[in-house]
Design a protein around this ligand. Structure first.
Ligand code: DHB
Ligand code: FE
Length: 284
């Protein structure tokens, strides 16, 4: 049967993608950011999954105000990297896993979550920057990826609690897939940042670190954070953190298993306009 072995959490800053693509990772501004991912790249080599369920948000690349799915699952066998404003990133095409994606859609919808099925879409920095941070610059991504988009851009957005519950439903779906597939769930975006209005540039280290503590040790209390608190404390784009709750909900302890092991924890300010947060949690 398929199994969720670990979850990964990371910011998805587009300028980080540009720094990688333009060979700037050793520059003094960027060096401390990428240093925080050195462990992760080795860990990824040692723990390559078959499939990553990559929970991310689209930034008006695949979706627009014409159509706003709250939760959308990518069903294709491939997804093209899209224009980021710096031009399309020179990264490999993302290979999907249509069979597992279809199984997850069937199972999760029957568990009363309304997913939008997407048979064709491009993927932006929300998805490709986390891949680059974890895998570096390979010729081809070393595993399949199921893009799982959450609307955190246009209100109303889903609550952290609903995202946490969704992660639990995804776990049940994966564990009922009748093939030996090693699966990781990644939650991306965050941490505190605000890109607009009078509070543009807002960073809240205290909130971010308390969130990381709670996410690790008491995810149910992290799930109870109301969306207005994310916006007030972590800024308008800090709401991206609800996507981390999906990945956390998919871990074994939430279903009565052992608490996860923290393989890696990293926090750094600044990178572009955000605080960078990163965690790797392993199921025992
Ligand atoms: C930045 C961060 C984001 O999450 C994003 O989607 C776009 C820009 C930034 O830090 O500039
Ligand atoms: Fe973003």
């Amino acid at each position: 049967m398929a199994k969720i072995t670990a979850s990964v959490y990371t910011s998805h800053i587009p300028a980080v993608g540009a720094a990688i693509d333009l060979g700037k990772t050793e520059e003094p501004y960027w060096q401390p950011v990428f240093k925080g991912y050195e462990f992760s790249k080795q860990w990824m080599k040692d723990n390559v999954p078959d499939v990553v369920i990559l929970v991310y948000n689209d930034h008006a690349t695949a979706f627009s105000l014409d159509m706003i799915p709250t939760f959308a699952i990518g069903m294709s066998d491939s997804f093209q990297p899209a224009d980021e404003g710096w031009g399309p990133r020179p990264v490999p095409v993302v290979q999907g896993h249509p069979e597992l994606a279809a199984h997850i859609a069937q199972s999760v919808i029957q568990q009363d979550f309304d997913l939008t099925i997407v048979n064709k879409m491009d993927v932006d920095h929300g998805l490709t920057v986390p891949l680059s941070l974890m895998f570096g610059q390979p010729e081809a991504w070393p595993c399949k990826v199921i893009p799982f988009a959450v609307n955190v851009v246009q209100y109303p957005v889903p609550s952290g609690q609903r995202c946490f519950n969704l992660g639990q439903a995804i776990r049940r779906a994966v564990e009922s897939f009748d093939e030996d597939v090693n699966v990781q769930v990644w939650g991306t975006g965050g941490m505190s940042h605000q890109l607009q209005g009078p509070r543009a540039g807002l960073i809240n280290r205290e909130f971010d670190n308390a969130f990381l503590d709670k996410l690790i040790a008491d995810p149910a209390s992290a799930a109870a954070i109301p969306h207005i608190d994310y916006v007030r404390e972590a800024g308008s784009e800090g709401i991206e953190l609800v996507m981390w709750m999906v990945a956390r909900g998919a871990m074994a302890d939430v279903a009565g298993g052992q608490p996860p092991t923290v393989a890696h924890r990293f926090y750094h300010v600044p990178a572009s306009n955000t605080a960078v947060g990163h965690l790797i949690l392993e199921n025992s």
